[in-house]
Design a protein around this ligand. Sequence first.
Ligand code: UT7
Length: 334
Amino acid sequence: MNDKRKYNAVITGLGMYVPDKIYDNAYFEKIVDTTDEWITTRTGIKERRILENGATSTLATNAALDLLEKHNVSAEEIDAIIVATVTPDMFFPATACLVQDNIGARNAWGMDLSAACSGFLFALQTGSTLIESGRYKKVMVIGADKMSSITDYSDRNNCILFGDAAAAVLLEPTEDKSFGLIDSILRVDGSGKESLNMKAGGSLLPPSHDTVDKRLHYVFQDGKAVFKVAVKSMADVSYEILKKNNLTGEDVAYLVPHQANLRIIDATAERMGINRDKVMINIEKYGNTTAATIPLCLVEYYRAGKLRKGDKIVLAAFGAGFTWGSILISWSME
Ligand code: UT7
């Protein structure tokens, strides 16, 4: 995959935003029939952040501004903005347009990308391809979801899982092929559509009194069915990307898994032969923030000084669609 490219896409900037409001497990003990013990042992989640005022573009804009400020980049330098989300402010215009306007990126084009929990991986590959083409110099990729806007807080199976957040990366070209996005394996399988979806609001079931009465504007998930496929798919693809690149778990500095369930994360790490201390985990603080989980981990671990230039990092995700995949990165920031 690497050979024909003149440029690799490297991450040169990071930003994040989480709202202040916290729903801890004790809060859910009050609103549905659940316990802190059940949530902790079944998912690993202790708290999630909730955006009280604003929308996904609010989260994404704050993450973008954090990136620009921390890395001293002007908004006018940005060539393109890709926002991975399943909770856009509106069907159209795209959230990317709203972010562009909010940050003043007047030279940028952009779009939203819908791939649920794999959204950041798919957007990272898309943004990297723009960079590798040589046509674009600075592409911002944002994973952002206000999951609280599509979460049914009367459904104990789902409401304990999700939170709101956004995180962003800046991609730039390098001719040094030892850094940046090295390889990716990305997959979709639409036959998984019945197990994880939001049924109404689209062209299939436009909003009506009936769809509202039947609570069809919320996330539906057959947890057990998704769990089984998620464990196998995420573990398989992460193992496959190592094999394809002649690497073992020993060569990897970090696995950065989508944060849906600590048990899925552990199964993936085990299959790859990677110890827990080399797995980025923050699910206990934020729950499942869909497109934001992976970049949020990257930002937090980078800012904690845990990443070294040249570190081999495997990103892995599984989500609605089904969508899943792995991306291998050679870390480029000091
Ligand atoms: O991010 C995108 C992809 N999504 C995923 O990867 C999520 C995959 N699925 C999961 O993470 C897990 O399936 C869940 C965390 C959603 C559920 O965990 P589980 O171990 O699969 O539980 P379950 O659905 O099999 O339910 C076991 C029991 C049931 O009771 P019965 O039927 O055994 O009497 C549920 O009704 O736990 C019950 N239950 C709860 N109990 C207390 C379900 N939710 C709760 C709850 N509190 N919040």
